[in-house]
Design a protein around this ligand. Structure first.
Ligand SMILES: NC(=O)c1ccc[n+]([C@@H]2O[C@H](COP(=O)([O-])OP(=O)(O)OC[C@H]3O[C@@H](n4cnc5c(N)ncnc54)[C@H](O)[C@@H]3O)[C@@H](O)[C@H]2O)c1
Length: 351
């Protein structure tokens, strides 16, 4: 366990966008609680750039070598999804605490292996689900915890883009990412809904995926032209998830779909006393015989990623538990697996 009174020695695996724009600034914001020590990326130029621009001490082209050479306390795994489990497990085996960006892994089996390794090594394993830390989600959590919604029995999550296929990175590769909008953006909303619902045990899933537009030459492409010839993930993924406590959740996600909005990201939950919508935050209830909608007059500007990394660092120091747990990661990943399995088979499946 890292000494409480010295800076934690931090490494980064995967020196791309989420490392540069979210993880490193969040570590930096912690000042002398952390020391940015080493970065590994299979692309030497990417590792070198981060070394130069972000003030790391050493760069590697192999995370295995970095783990062997450096005496790190913790790493952020910021690679494409396919590398999350192998890199996290290698780090845990090396005695290093792990923060892995979302989604936890490609599959539920991988998430279980990561959980088992964290338990065996006694190291912290947590997942970067920033939406949970948003001001809206935290406000919603306070309502839920105070019983303001009553029993939550149904909900609907949306992570929709009209023309939002990333033209960078590997987001259109099933092999490297495990899927499209469901595992990439739907996972944020799914995790937040489960967090607010108290992570009920999933029961069954009926899912459907559609690919009709992403695999054709792009028309209007506000996010840039993507490589349609290599596009093999779903455009749209919809599902109905049921839980052992009787609750249900509707899931709607898309990278590209002919809909009226350019983008929508939301979580809506309904309970026996009231319902709520995350964005913009509102509660729908009944007061003194009148149906009443309440809106937040003000919410603090969230710094979700900073809060996530701060929670990770405090968890490594033994000061508080990590908010996103390996058990929760397995539940999220079980539902994603089941949705894709159901879509492939065309029928309902156990989650
Ligand atoms: N808000 C969020 O939570 C959020 C936002 C964006 C991305 N992400 C997640 O971050 C991950 C990366 O996304 P990104 O946008 O940073 O992609 P990116 O393509 O910008 O960066 C990924 C980096 O990983 C490197 N890499 C690939 N294989 C590697 C290996 N074996 N060892 C070391 N490095 C390797 C690549 O060379 C690249 O530099 C994805 O899992 C994605 O889901 C999360």
């Amino acid at each position: 366990m890292a000494a409480a009174n010295r800076p934690l020695r931090v490494g980064i695996i995967g020196a791309g966008g989420i490392a540069r724009d979210a993880n490193v600034p969040a570590y930096r914001a912690l000042g002398d609680q952390v020391e940015l020590v080493a970065v590994a990326d299979i692309v030497a130029a990417a590792a070198e750039r981060m070394l130069q621009e972000q003030g790391f001490q050493r760069a590697y082209t192999s995370y295995e070598e970095m783990l062997a050479q450096e005496d790190l306390d913790c790493v952020s795994v910021c690679t494409p999804n396919k590398l999350h489990a192998p890199a996290a497990i290698a780090a845990l085996r090396a005695g290093v605490h792990v923060f892995v960006v979302k989604p936890p892994a490609l599959t539920a089996d991988e998430a279980r292996d990561m959980r088992a390794e964290a338990a065996r090594s006694g190291r912290v394993l947590t997942v970067g689900f920033p939406t949970r830390f948003s001001a809206e989600a935290q406000a919603a959590k306070r309502y839920v915890d105070a019983g303001g919604l009553g029993e939550i029995y149904t909900g609907r999550i949306t992570a929709l883009r009209r023309r939002g296929i990333p033209s960078w990175g590997v987001f259109t590769s099933k092999e490297l990412q495990g899927g499209g909008p469901l595992i990439d953006i739907g996972v944020h909303a799914l995790d937040t809904a489960l967090y607010l619902m108290g992570f009920p045990e999933p029961a069954s899933v009926l899912g459907a995926t559609h690919t009709h537009l992403g695999n054709r030459p792009p028309g209007p492409a506000p996010w840039g032209a993507w490589d349609w010839r290599r596009y093999d993930v779903e455009d749209v993924c919809n599902a109905l998830v049921t839980f052992r406590n009787g609750a249900s959740l509707l899931v709607e996600t898309s990278f590209i779909q002919n809909i009226e909005v350019m983008e929508e990201f939301n979580v809506r939950l309904s309970g026996t006393r009231a319902g709520l919508r995350l964005r913009p935050f509102a509660v729908f209830g009944e007061e003194n015989g009148t149906l009443v909608d309440s809106q937040a007059a003000w919410l603090p500007k969230g710094k979700s990623y900073h809060d996530l990394i701060a929670n990770f660092v405090r968890a490594v120091r033994g000061e508080e538990p990590a908010v996103c747990t390996p058990d929760q990661a397995v539940v999220v990943q079980r539902i994603i697996d089941a949705i894709y399995r159901s879509a492939a088979t065309g029928g309902g499946v156990e989650a």
